[in-house]
Design a protein around this ligand. Structure first.
Ligand code: PEP
Length: 258
């Protein structure tokens, strides 16, 4: 991480876990053990039905609430979908876009780009996910794949808005598997992502872009991952469902900056 030039963000992704009642109980427990220091931004991206409970419970805290998906259209006949305006009005600050689990359900790079543009337009902070499969890694095409995903996701973003985008590198083989990328593997790709942003938006913007690592980050491996110069935080699935584990990762983000 490099707190001089960019924000550190520890963000949870609850996926399809917890009910609104469980959300309330979790937040109460979390608030009780949250460290007082402000060395990083904190967010919890929760299932849509849990957003009101999360926003209510976290109103008097520094923890922001996020959604796990959004529809790029402003309104209309999209049964079951939610717009940027709905998420904002409900109290969300962040939205995860292009998670590999959603891509596996059919979300395309064009969808990811449209959602990212819509989120930025509305004033939501998009957490744009990218990541290679094990097969792609073993074939040696990780960099090319990530370059393509990033270029397509960030197409047509105005230069003045790029710093609002958070990018999350999440190797698919590390998500929910307990198999974390080594700090060196994660750093190598996050550094590459920053170089792609540099080519697209210039060095000052690249230096200011927050890039997260996600994929079995937990209370045991977070410190070393977060110590890497191009890893500015974490997108955390499983470990964000347990208050003590999530708090330990927040504490691990309190590192001396370069
Ligand atoms: C995720 O879902 O974004 C994720 C990184 O999950 P996990 O931490 O459980 O691997």
């Amino acid at each position: 991480m490099n707190r001089k030039y960019r924000k550190t963000l520890i963000a949870g992704n609850w996926k399809m876990n917890k009910t609104p009642s469980e959300t309330k109980a979790f937040m109460t427990e979390l608030k009780g053990i949250l460290p007082k220091g402000r060395w990083c931004d904190i967010a919890l991206c929760v299932p849509s039905v849990c957003i009101p409970a999360a926003v209510r419970a976290l109103r008097d805290t520094r923890i922001a609430v996020g959604a796990e998906n959004v529809n790029a259209n402003a309104s209309g006949a999209y049964t079951g979908e939610l717009s940027t305006a709905m998420l904002l009005d409900a109290g969300c600050k962040y939205v995860i876009i292009g998670h590999s689990e959603r891509r596996a359900m059919g979300e395309t790079d064009a969808d990811v780009n449209a959602k990212t543009l819509a989120a930025l337009q509305a004033g939501l902070v998009p957490i744009v996910c990218c990541g290679e499969s094990l097969e792609q890694r073993e074939s040696g095409i990780t960099e090319e794949w990530i370059t393509m995903q990033i270029k397509l996701a960030l197409a047509n973003i105005p230069e003045e808005k790029i710093r609002k985008v958070v990018i999350a590198y999440e190797p698919i083989w590390a998500i929910g598997t307990g198999r974390t990328a080594t700090p060196e593997q994660a750093e190598e790709v996050c550094q590459h992502i920053r170089s792609v942003v540099r080519k697209l938006f210039g060095s000052k913007n690249a230096r200011a872009t927050t890039i997260l690592y996600g994929g079995s980050m937990n209370e045991k491996n977070a410190y070393e991952l977060l110590a890497q110069p191009d890893i500015d935080g974490g997108l955390i699935g499983g470990a964000s469902l347990v208050p003590e584990k999530f708090v330990k990762i927040i504490e691990d983000a309190n590192q001396p900056t370069a």
